[in-house]
Design a protein around this ligand. Sequence first.
Ligand code: PLP
Length: 342
Amino acid sequence: MQWIDMRSDTVTQPTQAMRHAMAHAVVGDDVYGDDPTVVELEALAARLLGKEAALFVPTGNFGNQLAIFTHCQRGNEVILGDDCHIVWHETGGAAVIGGVQLRTIASDKGVMDPQEIEARIRVGQDVHWPKTGLICLENAHSNGRVIPLDIMQRTADIARRHGVPVHLDGARVFNAATYLGCDVQDITRHADTVMCCLSKGLAAPVGSILAGSADFIARARYNRKLLGGGWRQAGVLAAPGLLALTEMVPRLPEDHANARYLAEQLAGMPCIEVDIADVHINMVWFRLLADIDISELMAALSAAGIKANPPEGGRMRLVTHWQVSREAIDQGLEVFQRVLSD
Ligand SMILES: *Cc1c(COP(=O)(O)O)cnc(C)c1O
């Protein structure tokens, strides 16, 4: 059976063009700097993200942790949102790899108040103080919302005033730019370094990018090797990454339009509550009101060929991507309609 998988955009499979590019990639030993496809990917990513240099890394998690490790000294403090990916979903790596302390700030659906950040920056000489080594932002947030540019700008201004670097967890930064209708550089200019995923909505099978100044990326390349991430004929993986940036970024509006359509249709059904205003990218969150039989709903979705994660704490998430067509969404909506009208 051909499943329609709406659990996440991490489930995307490489396109036919990507599989072809992988099979025919020109490769070399990347530890020697000899893999032309990796070199091309890093150059293109740096140019698109508006940074001097970029480094191809295996995952977003790796890119974020490498950024923290490279920016900070052991014992530094990193200021970031209490609901961000680095805090929630990276297995405490910042403590193990970077040896840093995470100083979390309450976020309002992913948005941190710049004044709250400034109040926590510690760069003085007090003998008790850990020094603030880094501020991390996340855009788009993994809750599917996009952080406004003026919030990023104000945070960046504060960080620069105190001499603290900013790292952007931009796993879905191209989705954020798509939502804002801006160039991705209008987002990345507010950060010294940025990580973005080539997998997820951009459909590459493996890989993320860490971009920043030439000096930072040289140090990150050394640290990537230290962490065991010096890879050899990685052009096989960089080749689909190039297509992620050139062919998949321009089609993101389709995923966003499909998510919005899904949200609007669900909002019209009884027993479903959707925060339409929170649908920014390819994710739709909604609440199922109490009297729905969840196991019946999940079984009906499965029988219709749709993979979805069951609701957590009463909230359910569906995600669109290149392998979820408008027809597939209609197929899913039909299941909701049927189960809810029973
Ligand atoms: C997915 C994600 C990551 C990690 O990316 P992986 O490639 O899964 O390691 C980091 N940050 C955010 C916001 C994400 O959504």
